[in-house]
Ligand binder design. Structure first.
Ligand code: PLP
Length: 483
């Protein structure tokens, strides 16, 4: 099928399908409809509304209530809610349900934008935890119990702790250690486990956050498991939190007309896991091990925790999720964005994301037997063809927080003037600037525009990373407020 400017979205989707790309991006079913029958039949002829016999997500009593109970049993938690507005909606609900306006929250700087939006909407005061920049690959490392303990010393009035584990790059934090510190002070811990729906269900992957003591965790079923895009799950214990309040909030941040196709995919996914998780996860893990074996010969591209570095550990990183294959281009003549382009154009392999120094291949429960050889072969060839290059230093904004002059909400709501970024150094930024994915801000509203920010923006631009300013302006200009 030839695609023209006028081609519809459906035609584009069909043409993409015909191309036969290897999916190393979301969703976790990898378009592998052979994995389970429910993935094949979720069409408009099943797209109904809350008719008798089909239950109601906003007042579940029958089939949905039973399915969510099964999910809670699978993760071994007291309460789980299906979510049709992704981890985004679940995080908004969890944060609003656990805080009151004006509360302080301890939050990892490398959080996803959903958490920044929750803080803005709920009028929360963030105390940022800046994760260490891991030296070998320049990834944002883990949040540690020690960092949490010292932040709580300085801010004993914190009401909630939030951080991602695993991160977009698969970096895990020591949730058991963090919960021990937090619980001593009766402070609840919410783990953004959007990338970790597969964790802890079998011994093939590390334990999930709730098993390590988290009070709430949010996981995108769609990211790693075979469930349709937008589906997620929120888990909670009643410890330090009021379940009815969280329940109420889940109703606020989701459509009043949740899609039965999305809900049937969550129900199907839970049933599939109940029946076949051991063999499906064993096969996934075997494919990852096969990839590791085949990719051992890389010379310049590096694979933290994979290939020749399978099982390796790195200072600043508590653990790595093996489902993510981070491809470090730090020593390669290709940068992350170029690597992603070469894989797409020369090998029909589509990755999840790229920044200047690395790219991320996301495997999932739908990853099939073709992945190991196809990805390893492509990487080995590109490694040989493009060769080595001088190392690039990590981004400067990962290493130091800029000074804050206003709250996020105040700055985001102030009109300000649109300035060329270079001319706005020293002024207060009126917006977020991030690459999406991963949706982690280089700067947030209310922070001062520093030379480090300008250098990072320019560097990412030159590397081909598309940056987004959240007021819709191209980020070489920004909304700046006289500070
Ligand atoms: C760390 C993290 N948290 C939350 C989200 C939001 O998840 P969703 O797309 O399911 O709304 C994302 C999305 O990529 C993410 O990377």
């Amino acid at each position: 099928m030839t695609i023209t400017r006028n081609s519809s979205l459906l035609e584009r989707l069909q043409a993409h399908k015909e191309e036969g790309y290897l999916s190393l991006h979301m969703p976790g079913h990898k378009e592998n409809t052979g994995l389970a029958s429910y993935l094949n039949v979720l069409n408009a002829d099943l797209d109904i509304t809350e008719l008798p016999g089909f239950d109601d997500l906003h007042d579940p009593e029958e089939v949905l209530a039973r399915s969510m109970k099964k999910a809670a049993a699978l993760w071994d938690v007291p309460k789980s809610w299906f979510q049709v507005n992704g981890s985004t909606g679940a995080l908004l609900a969890a944060i609003r349900g656990a805080t009151r306006r004006g509360d302080k929250i301890l939050v990892a700087r490398n959080c996803h934008k959903a958490i920044y939006h929750a803080m803005e909407l709920c009028g929360l005061e963030p105390v940022f935890l800046l994760p260490p920049v891991e030296e070998t690959f320049g990834l944002s490392g883990s949040i540690t119990p020690e960092m949490v303990a010292s932040a709580l010393e300085a801010h004993p009035d914190v009401k909630l702790i939030v951080y991602p584990s695993p991160t977009y790059d698969g970096v895990l934090s020591d949730t058991a250690g963090i919960c021990a510190v937090a619980h001593e002070k009766s402070i609840p811990v919410l783990v953004d486990e959007a990338h970790g729906a597969h964790l802890g269900l079998t011994d093939h992957f590390p334990p999930h956050a709730m098993a390590q003591g988290a009070d709430m965790a949010v996981a995108s079923l769609h990211k790693m498991l075979p469930s349709l895009t937008q589906t997620a799950i929120l888990h909670a214990t009643g410890r330090f939190l009021k379940i009815p309040q969280i329940n109420r909030q889940t109703g606020i941040f989701q459509s009043s007309s949740p899609s039965y196709l999305l809900m049937a995919s969550m129900d199907g996914c839970i049933r599939l896991l109940e029946e076949q998780k051991e063999e499906l996860f064993a096969a996934w893990s075997r494919r990852l091990a096969e990839f590791d074996d085949l990719a051992k010969g890389l010379k310049h591209l590096r694979l933290p925790g994979h290939g020749g570095e399978a099982g390796a550990s790195y200072p600043g990183i508590f653990g790595l999720d093996p489902a993510k294959i981070v491809i470090s281009t730090r020593n390669s003549a290709l940068n992350g964005v170029e690597l992603m382009e070469r894989l797409r154009e020369d090998y029909k392999i589509e990755l999840e994301m790229a920044l200047d120094r690395y790219a991320v291949a996301m495997t999932g429960l739908g990853t099939d037997d073709t992945m190991p050889a196809r990805l390893a072969q492509a990487l080995l060839e590109l490694d040989e063809k493009y060769g080595p290059a001088q190392e690039v230093a990590p981004l400067e904004t990962l290493q130091e927080l800029p000074p804050r002059k206003m709250s996020i909400e105040e700055a985001a709501m102030t009109e300000g003037g649109v300035d060329f970024l270079y001319d706005s150094m020293g002024k207060v930024c009126g917006e977020y600037i991030w690459a999406y994915p991963p949706g982690i801000p280089l700067i947030t509203p209310g922070e001062v525009i520093t030379p480090a920010l300008v250098a990072d923006v320019e560097r990412l631009y030159r590397a081909g990373v598309k940056l987004i300013g959240t007021r819709g302006k191209p980020p070489y200009t920004t909304v700046a407020i006289e500070g």
